[in-house]
Design a protein around this ligand. Structure first.
Ligand code: FE2
Ligand code: FE2
Length: 207
């Protein structure tokens, strides 16, 4: 558990740092990650999932592609609409849903072009479909992807980006994140990392 609490997150994406088993997927996803800080978001989610998999249950061959592809659907939504879809307290639910369904279609195309079998593609896209609009863990793999996605919000980069784009005072955003620890995290490991990350933000911002 101690190792999980002290993971360090790399904030500069390089394709060479991605596990060779998943590098082609990440490479194919890149053109779809150009909006909404989605490249750094996805890279950080990828790293949290890697850390979670040291202890949490779930098949990496499903979890890691799902993490890499979970937000490619934002590319199909106009940039001017994107902030509306995920600002806390002001979410446009139809846009949130749309980024999932568009993501499923794009992910299917990417995985089929890379030669994945239909059964594996279906496992991966079933996690993308609903990753944001469902809250319960639908499988161990779904729990890890959801926790890694949420951990972004607690990360150094994610916290900084969110308070800027939402124009929230750090204290308000910190309280929002801490208030959602029990609701959001589905694995013990995810919650442990989130608490550790929240403490780091608390120290850094003096909130
Ligand atoms: Fe998403
Ligand atoms: Fe995400």
């Amino acid at each position: 558990m101690m190792m999980l609490q002290t993971i360090s997150i790399d904030e500069k994406f390089q394709l060479a740092k991605i596990d060779p088993a998943f590098r082609d997927i990440f490479k194919s996803a890149l053109p779809f990650l150009e909006t909404r800080k989605n490249l750094i978001h996805t890279y950080i989610v990828y790293q949290y999932a890697t850390a979670l998999l040291k202890c949490a249950q779930g098949a990496p061959e499903v979890i890691m592609p799902a993490c890499i592809l979970h937000d490619v659907g934002w590319s199909a939504i106009p940039v001017s609409d994107q902030l509306k879809a995920f600002k806390p307290g002001k979410r446009d639910e139809s846009l949130r849903r749309k980024h999932e369904t568009e993501g499923v279609a794009i992910a299917r195309d990417i995985l089929a072009a890379l030669g994945f079998q239909d059964a594996r593609i279906n496992q991966i896209v079933s996690i993308i479909d609903g990753h944001d609009t469902t809250q319960a863990a639908r499988s161990p793999e779904d729990a890890v992807v959801k926790d890694a996605d949420k951990l972004w919000r607690y990360s150094k980069v994610g916290f900084h980006i969110d308070i800027e784009r939402f124009e929230f005072p750090p204290k308000r955003h910190f309280d929002y994140l801490v208030g959602h620890l029990d609701k959001w995290f589905l694995t013990r490991e995810g919650r442990t990392i989130a608490i550790h990350e929240a403490h780091q933000r608390e120290l850094a911002y003096g909130v």
